[in-house]
Design a protein around this ligand. Structure first.
Ligand code: HEC
Ligand code: HEC
Ligand code: HEC
Ligand code: HEC
Ligand code: HEC
Ligand code: HEC
Length: 431
């Protein structure tokens, strides 16, 4: 009797802790995700885009590039925001007016003429300043949730957390089951009830059944996954001749993708930048002072030595600040490569379809070394064409589709997908 009630309290405690563990399991990752996605301010958000497209090639909010860091300029520039409006709209005019502050700055920054931005409104400039003032540099260490600064989708490290938690729970459940059966045996012994002959764990019919089911699903998944991805090179990540970090350039220093991959908006190919585009900045930036860099094997990479490699390729003599020998091209290893019988056009997707680079290329601004994010398989293209609604009404490129336009207006349909425009016709992608 005593043993039986002991058994009951013990069992109650164990179930309680199991419930607790399960609750923890379901809530903890969500809590982490919620922390990762901090809500940005409205103005600063608009300012971010404006900053990245217009200013980031020369300015960083917090560090010196071609121009000075911009965080806190509104407090720093004599005359405050109105003076900044004038400067951004037409810097030459401000310099010509003899403004001492700006002329000193101009001399300090090697007499570089800042681009004129007559088309930016005062509100735009306010937004940009709101953005640079609210900017905090992304930390080099990955955030605990694995989603760096709330930008990237919760990715593999969350699955890892889930995996580990699941494993821990599975072990916990096993232990509990074992404890339960031992306690029951103990209680039965005490009360003089005979125990059935124990069946060894591995010969228990139920366990064998569960094992078969698991093997069936895992095996099936691996088989299907393997068979449908033959010839795909998802996750392909070659070693490049220079350790060029997208995280440093497009992430921390906010350089616009199109600054280097200008073709993505205008042509079929995004194109890899030529060394003289690199030298626009690296004539001045000759050493690396950012957060420590590691390659995919975890080895420390010396950023300054990598910039020296760039000088070797381009024939730049950094002591004398001039090119003193002929340059040679950098042999970047191509990562993405569709078969020749497929037609894919970047500008159609980036400019007309207005799809973000990251949708197809993944969280590049957090990567030191680029890898292939999508399968680039036919199923990948076609699925997206089936589900993506084109921004039909406000898009000048679609005026030819008058039938859909009329149907939209008379509410016969509420959206147009790429497929409805013929985006799944074989001859659109194959020729
Ligand atoms: C071509 C490079 C370039 C671009 C693009 C550029 N700037 Fe500048 N900016 C400079 C340089 C260089 C200076 C330092 C003064 C000089 O040499 O003209 C400067 C100075 C400034 C200053 C004064 C900073 C201080 O410390 O007082 C402000 C404000 C400024 N820029 C804002 C902007 C904004 C806003 C944009 C984008 C809309 C922008 N700049 C785009 C190069 C650039
Ligand atoms: C400062 C210049 C620069 C900027 C900015 C930049 N890239 Fe790159 N990108 C490169 C260079 C150089 C390579 C080739 C070396 C490599 O693969 O890392 C490259 C490679 C790539 C590749 C792989 C190309 C292949 O071989 O298939 C993709 C995809 C890519 N970039 C996308 C982006 C996106 C998206 C952005 C913006 C978030 C961006 N890049 C910003 C310079 C740049
Ligand atoms: C718009 C300016 C700009 C352009 C264009 C640019 N860089 Fe950089 N680069 C930077 C800045 C800023 C840093 C970081 C410096 C620091 O943190 O001290 C940097 C750092 C580096 C580093 C050291 C860190 C790392 O990524 O390994 C290398 C190497 C490098 N750049 C190579 C290149 C190459 C190659 C190109 C051309 C494909 C290029 N850069 C184009 C601005 C630029
Ligand atoms: C709809 C998906 C999609 C979008 C959006 C997209 N890309 Fe690509 N990207 C691809 C595919 C597919 C390839 C392989 C093309 C090939 O092999 O012909 C590729 C290849 C590349 C390459 C390798 C060199 C080249 O010219 O083909 C670079 C660099 C690149 N993309 C950069 C970008 C940048 C930067 C953006 C955003 C401005 C972007 N991509 C947007 C799908 C996309
Ligand atoms: C993330 C979604 C997405 C992915 C992935 C994608 N596309 Fe598209 N694609 C679009 C959108 C949106 C348009 C519509 C642009 C337009 O209306 O012209 C489009 C249009 C096209 C068109 C023109 C269709 C027409 O009706 O004229 C072709 C060709 C095309 N894509 C080829 C490809 C190929 C090849 C791939 C795979 C390598 C691919 N796309 C992957 C979204 C995608
Ligand atoms: C949105 C673009 C797109 C459309 C539409 C499309 N394909 Fe493809 N197709 C691809 C891409 C990308 C590949 C290469 C990658 C791969 O093999 O999956 C491919 C590969 C293939 C292959 C080579 C076999 C293989 O898997 O390697 C065949 C055959 C093919 N397509 C037939 C068709 C037929 C038939 C249609 C019309 C019903 C069609 N495709 C429509 C993009 C497309």
């Amino acid at each position: 009797m005593g043993v039986n009630s002991l058994y009951k309290t013990l069992w109650r405690k164990l179930t309680a802790s199991l419930v607790f563990a399960v609750t923890l399991f379901f809530f903890s990752p969500q809590v982490l995700w919620a922390q990762g996605a901090a809500a940005p301010k409205g103005d600063a958000k608009a300012g971010q885009t404006l900053f990245q497209t217009n200013c980031a090639s020369c300015h960083n909010p917090v560090s010196k590039l071609i121009g000075p860091p911009l965080q806190g300029v509104d407090a720093k520039v004599p005359g405050g925001m109105p003076a900044i409006y004038d400067w951004v709209h037409n810097s030459s005019k401000v310099l010509a007016s003899g403004n001492k502050y700006f002329n000193d700055l101009y001399n300090e920054y090697g007499k570089v003429n800042m681009t004129h931005f007559p088309s930016l409104s005062n509100q735009d400039i306010d937004d940009i300043v709101a953005y640079v003032d609210s900017y905090t540099a992304p930390s080099s260490a990955p955030s605990p949730s694995g989603a760096p600064s709330g930008q990237a989708a919760p990715g593999s490290s969350n699955s890892l957390i889930f995996g580990i938690l699941t494993l821990v729970l599975a072990i916990l459940v096993l232990i509990l089951v074992q404890v339960n059966s031992n306690l029951r045996k103990l209680a039965n012994d005490k009360e003089g009830i005979g125990n059935p002959k124990p069946v060894p764990f591995y010969r228990h019919k139920r366990n064998i059944f569960i094992l078969v089911i698991i093997l069936f699903f895992v095996g099936g998944y691996l088989l299907v996954d393997g068979a449908t991805t033959i010839g795909y090179s998802k996750n392909y990540q070659p070693r490049q001749p220079i350790f060029f970090s997208h995280k440093v350039h497009a992430g921390i220093n906010q350089i616009n993708c199109l600054y280097c991959h200008a073709g993505a908006e205008k042509s079929r190919y995004a194109m890899i930048p030529s060394p003289n585009i690199c030298m626009n900045c690296h004539k001045v930036i000759d050493h690396y002072t950012g957060p420590a860099l590691h390659n995919d094997e975890g080895k420390l990479v010396d950023g300054t030595a990598q910039i020296q490699k760039l000088y070797e390729y381009t024939g730049w003599n950094d002591q004398e600040k001039k090119f003193d020998r002929p340059g040679r091209p950098i042999e970047w290893t191509q990562i993405h490569n569709l078969p020749d019988f497929v037609y894919f056009n970047h500008s159609q997707h980036v400019k007309v379809g207005q799809i973000q680079c990251q949708t197809c290329h993944g969280p590049i601004t957090t990567e030191d070394e680029v890898y292939q994010y999508a399968t680039l398989g036919m199923g990948w293209c076609v699925n997206c064409h089936r589900t993506t609604k084109v921004q039909f009404t406000s898009n000048g490129y679609y005026t030819i589709f008058t039938k859909y336009e009329q149907e939209l207006r008379s509410h016969q349909i509420d959206s147009v997908t790429v497929e409805m425009q013929g985006g799944t016709d074989c001859n659109k992608c194959h020729y």
